[in-house]
Design a protein around this ligand. Sequence first.
Ligand code: PMP
Length: 327
Amino acid sequence: MLEMTPQPQTAPASPGSTSAFDCVFVAGVFVDAADARLSIKANAVSYGTGTFDGMRATWNDERDELYLLEPLAHYERLRRSANALNLPLPYTAQELVDATVELLRRNGAREDSYVRPLLLLADDVLPVRMHDIEARLVIYASPFPSGYIPTVGVRCVVSSWRRIPDVCLPLRAKVIGSYVNTALAKTEAIEAGVDEAIMLNMAGNVSEASTSNIFLRRDDTWITPAVTEDILEGVTRRQVLALIAEELSEPVVERTVDRSELYVCDEALLCGTAVQIVPLVEVDRRPVGEGRPGERTLKLMDTFAAIARGESEPHRDWTTPVYASSA
Ligand code: PMP
């Protein structure tokens, strides 16, 4: 199913980057990015019709290895997203992991990287609809952008934009067009002089941040919005649930979270593929806890970083080595 074309010899795009990342995967074939054209008349361009996912690969210099973090979980979510939109995805999750390993190898990626699969309604079809339009799978990789979010402590505001409810579109699917909702919230937060937005759902309960899930600690109990609170069911959220139990031996309750709990909690963190785990130090100009990163959060960050670099024996199964798996 996956056609292998000769590996292009690529030059780095910019100083500091080891690869131009200009080999991409389009509908089953590896091609040069310059040849992977999407028409401006494509349905997805006008309406955001399609779904996507995103995963991370972490470079480990000592081991001379690049580790993908739970790629299978991300592709299983892509399959579920496609199903929620009733779009065909003619690959198994494992085939897509294999294609991603091959893509990173062909690009010679030797730095922290981000992998973005997209299932796009790619035909030049004008009417707004989901059916009878080619759904094209593309995957590309890029260097992970630096400075995505401050890792030393994130300042947030509660957004005036509410999180789109699941009755309007399937929120468990990463629907491309739905990200205008979070983009508005993120920009509002940046314009307010802080780093990130926390979105409430239509009921006024805490939902999530723009591209991350949220955990609060009140005394010795952690709290996170339940999956029915209009959140994306994050892969990192699931990992953090496991790590809080294993590393901190503290309980986590998945429930409705009131806005005012943000103001009275002892510690808070955001988690997601892009942000990984970061401490929340301020919400709506109020300090979270002592107004500095919580010690438990710092411990979780260290553990998570070691896992992502493939250096932790526990949860080694969360990582897929890109180069060793070619042997
Ligand atoms: N919520 C939203 C809206 C997101 O876009 C993301 C990023 N995928 C997350 C939460 C975190 O999910 P994950 O841990 O799977 O990256």
